[in-house]
Design a protein. Structure first.
Length: 80
């Protein structure tokens, strides 16, 4: 795992993320309650070369093995 960076929801994500990945981050942010917008923070790491962005609220945005953007919550089973 590579350590990445952190930024506030609604802020500018790292430039190395694809436009499709960023679009999904923005979609998640659009669903945040007003009191969490700009306060919740993303944490970006890389696992096996793929980005994993986790919001403080427990939402996780990542890429699957086929390269598709996947959104889940940290209490969901990643494998099934």
């Amino acid at each position: 795992m590579q350590v990445g960076t952190r930024w506030n929801a609604g802020g500018e994500p790292p430039a190395r993320l694809t436009p499709e990945f960023v679009a999904q981050l923005r979609a998640v942010e659009a669903d945040l309650p007003p009191d969490e917008q700009g306060v919740a923070r993303w944490t970006l790491t890389f696992l096996e070369g793929r980005p994993v962005a986790e919001l403080d609220t427990g939402v996780i945005v990542t890429l699957d093995a086929a390269g598709s953007v996947v959104v889940r919550h940290d209490d969901e089973d990643e494998f099934g």
